[in-house]
Ligand binder design. Structure first.
Ligand SMILES: O=C(O)c1cccc(C(=O)CC[C@H]2O[C@@H](n3cnc4c(=O)[nH]cnc43)[C@H](O)[C@@H]2O)c1
Length: 230
């Protein structure tokens, strides 16, 4: 099975890279925004997993994936990253599977009303994954959640309340829906796995647990790539 691992930043999947999943000294090219690492084999008898670091945000993700998938075919793409949670039932550090992701900012304001891109007749804003973690690894019991993909990280009570008047995602990231969009366009099964680093609230950066989220995310990813996908 040919697998592509996609992350916004190298830091989010550093432990996975350091685990040898993609081979040492495998960097192929690097720019300020993006780097692409060509992998070696994780399982020596199987095609090697590859990793694409896109840069942060939906534009960087769509461009990097569009360019890469134009000339490369995969059986599965896995988006790994951290995320903010609106849902306080999800503890910081929890690893979740995003099964539905929405471009919540795509649309138009009509005075106090928000008109989605769908309602305007210009396209679709909601993207669902066409694969499940459970298809690849058993006994993981991973939480399935919905997410919003945003250009601006919410950090103010009024804007959070405004979003919740029209939609109630559990998570927020800056790339997820763009990842699903690109994979759907390319006809590649996709999984989005994120660990919660912070709650979406009035900005409180000191409360973020990025280290815990990265650790848990990578423990899960190493288990998935080592023992799950064959
Ligand atoms: O310091 C900040 O305000 C800040 C804002 C967003 C992301 C970061 C990062 O260091 C990580 C980049 C990565 O993290 C995802 N992320 C994490 N938490 C959130 C959130 O609450 N809302 C949206 N995205 C989030 C995001 O996908 C970025 O790629 C620092």
């Amino acid at each position: 099975m040919k697998i592509l691992v996609v992350a916004a930043t190298r830091e989010e999947i550093e432990p996975l890279i350091e685990s040898g999943a993609f081979g040492a000294g495998s960097e192929e090219w690097k720019t300020e925004q993006q780097e692409y690492l060509q992998s070696s084999a994780l399982h020596s008898s199987l095609p090697a997993p590859q990793v694409l670091i896109t840069g942060v945000g939906m534009t960087a993700t769509a461009f990097a994936l569009g360019r890469h998938l134009a000339t490369n075919q995969y059986d599965l793409a896995i988006n790994l990253g951290i995320a903010g949670s609106f849902d306080r039932n999800i503890a910081l550090g929890t690893v979740v599977e995003v099964v539905e992701d929405t471009f919540t900012e795509l649309g138009a304001e009509d005075h106090s009303r928000f008109i989605t891109l769908d309602q305007l007749g210009f396209g679709r804003t909601v993207y669902k994954t066409n694969a499940r973690v459970a298809d690849y690894i058993q006994n993981q019991n991973i939480w399935q959640v919905t997410a919003a993909t945003v250009n601006t990280v919410h950090g103010e009570e009024a804007s959070i309340a405004k979003l919740h008047q029209r939609t109630a995602p559990q998570l927020e990231s800056m790339e997820g829906a763009a990842f699903f969009y690109a994979c759907e366009q390319a006809g590649i099964p996709s999984l989005q796995i994120r660990a919660v680093s912070n709650y979406v609230e009035k900005r409180n950066r000191d409360a973020w647990k990025i280290g815990l989220a990265v650790k848990n995310l990578n423990t899960f990813a190493i288990e998935l790539l080592n023992n799950g996908i064959i």
